[in-house]
Design a protein around this ligand. Sequence first.
Ligand code: UFG
Length: 327
Amino acid sequence: MSILITGGAGYIGSHIAHELVDRGDDVVILDNLSTGVRENVPAKAEFVQGNVGDRDTLSALFKAHQIDAVMHFAGSIVVPESVENPLKYYDNNTAVTRTLLEACVAESIDKFVFSSTAAVYGMPHADELPVTEKTPTVPINPYGRSKLMTEWMLQDISHAHDFRYVALRYFNVAGADPSGRTGQSTPAATHLIKVACQAALGVREQLGVFGTDYETRDGTCVRDYIHVTDLAKVHLLALDALQAGSPSRVLNCGYGRGFTVREVIDSVRRVSSVDFVTHDLERRAGDPPELIANAGELRAQFNWQPEHDDLDHIVETALKWERRMMR
Ligand code: UFG
């Protein structure tokens, strides 16, 4: 198959690009390198630097390459930034995707895999955990809303046109390619496992723990951390399902278990053998106390077998990547 990956130089997109190239698919990457890194793209992938929202770039790309399916990762992902600058999110995540979808429909590209987020669920109640795909979607920030609006567009387009999609709602993606080809390279990344690894390696002086008075087993927030390579495999399965003619689907991507912030910190200390400093801070606005996926549907639909469901292993690969970034 020939696949267009938007945002293929980014953290998650580049992992999927490597997996697709490994199995012999043709990969074309469209990325403006605003946060992506050219070196993380597989050598065998075709690379086009440009904006997904630029209709002329898309037309030229579709003219030059016979694309069978699109995997869409390009977008903005920082929740607090989305609160301060909502229009950036409705542009980069919603309007840009509308342009891409318009081009897909015009070119009769009927298979689409979309990078969505658990942020579409907002603050689920304790009795709604773990969240299923049927849990009400009530996003509490522009980031989550901009992604949910895209899910709605996909749904409507799939009814109106010959077009099928899989929207994957990611929980907390972490870790790096175990063979060290790519990883989370955004310097301003704020994700817990990355910043904890940076604290262990002395790139940061300390780590703040946002909120220690939640009603969880140790007072800190619980998240479902999924290894990026297992998540990459889900995308390949989604693509294969669409290729085999399966209907559109929305699926949670997590393991169905959670770790607290303190448990993650303990893991990073254990794996790195560095007892780095942490400071307890006030709660961060908009953090749900607990967010865990019910991943039953993903396993049932795709017979997905995770291979990296081990917190220390996730941390080990993240740490290895951070060490590499320091060189
Ligand atoms: N945390 C800290 N200190 C830090 C960073 C994070 O204590 O320096 C805590 C957070 O408060 C949270 C947990 O670690 O309790 C995980 O935080 P992340 O920032 O790593 O991830 P989030 O759970 O906030 O974000 C994830 C996805 C988003 C998505 C969101 C939905 O990365 O894309 O879940 O809630 F929007």
